[in-house]
Design a binder for this molecule. Sequence first.
Ligand code: OAD
Length: 246
Amino acid sequence: MDSELELALHWLSQANHVAVLTGAGISAESGIPTFRGPDSRWRGCLPEQLASPEAFKHNPRLVWEWYDWRRGLIAGSAPNPGHYALAALEAQLSDFTLITQNVDGLHARAGSQQILCLHGDIWTLACTACGWSGRNESPQIRPLPPSCTCGAILRPGVVWFGESLPSDVWSQALQAAQRAEVFLVVGTSAVVMPAASLASLAQQHGAKVIEVNNQATRLSSQVDVVLRGSASEILPRLAAGLRSKL
Ligand code: OAD
């Protein structure tokens, strides 16, 4: 692990353009369950059974109860050393783009500035009819499902399975992946497209790809180096190591 870490630090210290893709694993140690981990079921349902337009159409109250539970968990959580280390890396590097699949807002709370939220933001609400959207940071919205002033049901401002990513955010993520000399993939199973394709795209454009994950993923055999362990332990080592090299 020390030699892999040294190699990663060497690449980072030489790079002008760095991009990072994060997933639910980085927030696991903040107490937010991942999507495909052992604690991902809620009332017996898998996230895939809840995070879809079909599920919402069929039972908006159930889907909202799940988001209500997640909003409560997130409101009671705090960024962990992994989130803070990415904010520290951003402060040390001139071109650093943080791309996240997470909707929990913990990167921003840790001080990261340039964040591309591919899958939206759990604290945003959007009307299913009139197009209104706005922030609501109340950990408990009542009644469920909430309604817009136009009378239609509000939905969480997140991207569901089968929906397109916000096009401006996605095009910025593509650009960041293509110009990255180093691309970090942190705490994601890399099974959800198109986010998972960014690592391969970066590699095709010449980036060294570094995976930080406590388990093997479908990317592990393709990346240039694997740093096996928890994001909250490895990312602070990367940030501290880079500080001593720059
Ligand atoms: P997953 O739950 O699929 O994967 C979490 C990954 O984090 C796994 O590879 C774990 O091994 C890893 N992991 C867990 N704890 C970790 C830790 N402490 N340190 C490092 N790694 C750790 O979550 P995502 O890959 O984020 O999309 O899932 C991608 C998307 O699928 C989500 O954004 C969401 C979901 O369904 C939508 O809702 C559209």
